[in-house]
Ligand binder design. Structure first.
Ligand code: ZN
Length: 62
């Protein structure tokens, strides 16, 4: 059996994480995903920072 595990990698540290934040942090940059560890580093004192939501590997069923 093959489980389909959705994995995204942080754009900063290239590590996979179960929860990532969808953000923009460059003036002309696109949407990228960063892990909670790197998030403060790209968001602090960054006027280009835009928060676009939280991505989770495991979605809860309603
Ligand atoms: Zn990271």
């Amino acid at each position: 059996m093959v489980r389909s595990i959705r994995v995204k990698h942080c754009v900063r540290c290239s590590q996979p994480a179960p929860t990532l934040f969808r953000v923009k942090y460059e003036e002309d940059g696109g949407w990228v995903f960063v892990c909670p560890h790197c998030w403060p580093q790209i968001s602090e004192n960054n006027s280009f920072y835009i928060y676009g939501g939280t991505w989770k590997a495991e979605k809860k069923k309603n």
